[in-house]
Design a protein around this ligand. Structure first.
Ligand SMILES: [Zn+2]
Length: 172
């Protein structure tokens, strides 16, 4: 698509200009739909990848708090899953079920009320959309718990090869 955008006529066999046409000049609604489909099938993933690379590079220069770094990784991870579910509909949502099943196994957080919260898709959606995790029994904000933060850091392997090991996590 970029080559079509840059050149009025392309003759590369992978992306030739249609016979008796000029790239983008005589586009019709069907073409626009195809352009948008191509855009949204690439750009979100490119942006997610670019931000991950930038975070890694910056983490080589600046000591990140491991939890903050892992939080950013988690946002991208969940964002990717929810974006794919939205784009792929029920079929993709079905495909992401095993992912959330594994996440549930990894992220069970004991609340101060004693309840063990096995985090499910809805919990991760709330975490992604609102930045909070609530105990289903007493509605305490369990995302502040050291146990949860440590699990997230472990899940993303500290988020980097050089996280600060001196950072302490609050256990509220
Ligand atoms: Zn609780």
């Amino acid at each position: 698509m970029m080559n079509h955008a840059h050149h009025i006529v392309t003759n590369d066999r992978r992306y030739p200009t249609a016979p008796q046409s000029l790239n983008f000049v005589f586009s019709i609604n069907e073409d626009y739909k195809r352009y948008w489909d191509a855009y949204y099938s690439l750009v979100p993933f490119l942006l997610l990848y670019a931000t991950a690379v930038v975070d890694r590079l910056v983490s080589e220069l600046i000591k990140f708090d491991p939890y903050s770094f892992s939080w950013r990784e988690m946002e991208r991870f969940l964002g990717l899953i929810f974006y794919m579910e939205k784009a792929g509909g029920s079929q993709q949502r079905k495909a992401s079920k095993p992912v959330f099943k594994e996440l549930t196994k990894l992220f069970t957080v004991k609340c101060k009320c004693g309840h063990h919260n096995a985090l499910e898709r809805a919990d991760f959606k709330l975490l992604y959309d609102g930045g909070v995790l609530l105990c289903v029994k007493c509605t305490s904000q369990i995302h502040h718990y050291k146990e949860f933060q440590q699990k997230m850091v472990a899940f993303f392997n500290g988020g980097t090869a050089s996280p600060s090991k001196t950072t302490t996590l609050d256990n509220t």
